[in-house]
Design a protein around this ligand. Structure first.
Ligand code: C2E
Ligand code: CA
Ligand code: CA
Length: 367
């Protein structure tokens, strides 16, 4: 990349690599038009595929442009302006350039700060993983946990993954973050017995982008080997949107299956996957989304939907787990309808590994 960029520049221009995939070009022209020409030239320089050991790799760039003195008179301000413009180019779909404008939304700035903060948090090992117990509804035994990432921010307090996971997905950080969570979770849960005395099952969320990486399966195997966590007790939660990319996902699912890893479909019922997608795929469990559980006891339709999902699970020989159970009436009704497992505030909130170990010392009561 450096070589191609350098070839597109003049001798008097400066090219620097800031680290990772970020480069800075300093060019000494008086005309903003020159900057946009140069930006197009640089994007063009990346267009042809790169040959990496015989493999053809395609990449794109996103360019932000800041102009002296309009957008700043010192280098810090200029660099920040260029950075904000670059994020704006990224969020508009990549492979483009953007001039900085003063009204570039607060959102971009906020997002950028969040992205930088998140990178730093991963580097500094400042993220945490919490665990929410999953119970067998018939005897209230804890038979699994779901790993949920947490970001304790020094100034903003606990930031919800609902806020930072989308940022991590859009920026690509999710690939590093996801592997970090998997490693930490396997490390925390290996050797921990469930209420039946077996190795606790561990469910870890995997986002599409992480799942589709070519080296995903190899990475998972590496983490299992490194932590000694048994593949049979690991479950990966994917969403319906991941299944949509069907041709690729089928191969990855088979490879995971061969390792002995289970797969569950998260937020089931909220996506748009046609039911036929489920057929023939090695799915072990479906997780009925919380939105169906919320008005289960009052709403006939919600109940009908759940009954249909349970019937589907039974006929495809998949187990079902209901998430977001907050009331004992919900748990009782789900058990009566034939749902075998549940997760929710009624039983336990997500907690640290230490708290989890503590709570498992107290034997469960029947519901
Ligand atoms: P999710 O996978 O659907 O996780 C369940 C969410 O519901 C969690 O929110 C959990 O704390 C919450 N929850 C559990 N029981 C109840 C309940 O009874 N009532 C209510 N109101 N909520 C309940 P959380 O921890 O904020 O996570 C939000 C989302 O962020 C997760 O939704 C998941 O999509 C994503 N996420 C979290 N950790 C990771 C991760 O390591 N990787 C990826 N890719 N995504 C993650
Ligand atoms: Ca989940
Ligand atoms: Ca879910």
């Amino acid at each position: 990349v450096s070589v191609r960029l350098r070839e597109a520049l003049r001798r008097s221009d400066t090219l620097a690599r800031l680290g990772g995939d970020e480069f800075v070009v300093l060019t000494g022209s008086a005309q903003p038009e020159d900057a946009s020409h140069l930006a197009m030239k640089l994007l063009g320089a990346l267009r042809d595929p790169f040959d990496l050991g015989g493999e053809q790799i395609r990449i794109t760039g996103s360019i932000g442009i800041a102009v002296f003195p309009d957008h700043g008179t010192d280098r810090n301000v200029l660099m920040r302006a260029a950075d904000i413009a670059m994020y704006s180019a990224k969020s508009q779909g990549r492979n483009r350039y953007q001039f900085f404008t003063a009204d570039m939304s607060e959102r971009t700035q906020e997002r950028m700060q969040m992205e930088q903060g998140l990178r730093r948090a991963i580097d500094n090992d400042a993220l945490e993983v919490h665990y929410q117990p999953q119970l067998r509804l018939s005897d209230a035994h804890v038979i699994g946990v779901e790993a949920l990432v947490r970001w304790p921010h020094p100034e903003l307090g606990m930031i919800s993954p609902a806020r930072f996971i989308p940022v991590a997905e859009e920026s690509g950080i999710i690939e590093t973050l996801g592997m970090w969570v998997l490693r930490r979770a396997c490390h925390d849960i290996v050797g921990l017995p469930d209420n039946d005395g077996r190795q606790m099952r561990l469910a870890v969320n995997v986002s599409v982008r992480q799942f589709m990486r070519e080296d995903f399966v190899a990475h998972v195997l590496e983490v299992l080997t490194e932590t000694g966590f048994p593949a049979e007790s690991l479950e990966l939660e994917i969403t319906e949107s991941t299944l949509q990319v069907i041709e690729q996902s089928a191969g990855i699912l088979d490879a995971l299956k061969r390792l002995g890893i289970s797969i569950s479909i998260d937020d089931f019922g909220t996506g748009y996957s046609s039911l036929s997608v489920l057929r023939g795929l090695p799915i072990d469990r479906i997780k009925i989304d919380r939105s169906f559980i919320i008005d289960l006891t009052e709403n006939e339709d919600a109940r009908a939907m759940i009954e249909a999902m349970l019937a589907l699970g039974r006929s495809l020989r998949m187990t079902t787990i209901a998430e977001g159970i907050e009331l004992s009436e919900q748990a009782e009704l789900l058990l009566r309808l034939g749902c075998s497992e549940g997760q929710g505030y009624l039983f336990a909130r997500p907690m640290s590994a230490g708290q989890l170990r503590q709570s498992l010392r107290h034997p469960p009561d029947d519901i």
